[in-house]
Design a protein around this ligand. Sequence first.
Ligand code: G3D
Ligand code: MG
Length: 175
Amino acid sequence: MSKLPLYVFKISIIGQPAVGKTSLVKKYVTEKFSEEYKSTMGANIYLKNIELKGNRIKLTLWDLAGDDRWSQMQDVYFQGAQGALIVYDVTRKSTYNQIEQRWMDELDKYVKEPKFQTILVANKMDLPNKEVTKEDGLKLQKRINAHGFIETSAKTGDKVDEAFTELAKLLITKF
Ligand code: G3D
Ligand code: MG
């Protein structure tokens, strides 16, 4: 048994349908559990144990199973969460716009944790037909006060670990 301190964090993955939320989580995790949540709550929960700066960290990653149940489960989805990855698809500007038009309101409404940490994730960087630039991403990060910004590809795996690790690092310094 390791004597290192153990942190347990809940991270919610948010963003429009098909931006790559599930792909990002699946690329990152080692183990999935609570399959039954899918039917009851509209979320899949994934688990990842990591070691960071001498700390053992258990991340529970909440991924929306579908958009249809969302209006019934916002409370549960954010309840007890310390952080979120806010994801858009660089090939669809509408998914970028929806972060301010939709997702920030959801966070304002349902997140009770004052130290809540967020990372803005620009996904599908491997694709050539981009509608959103890095500069757009950095501007949005500023406007929404996200604590980090990262460009990923869930397809190639580029920067996927870094997105989760960056959030985990923020969480151990804040909680
Ligand atoms: P969601 O969970 O946000 O709804 P998914 O999104 O993870 O289900 O991904 C939606 C589609 O985008 C999937 O395509 C998936 O393979 C693709 N995708 C996700 N991330 C990336 C990426 O970084 N690059 C590329 N090129 N594609 C990505 P399908 O065709 O399986 O529906
Ligand atoms: Mg999904």
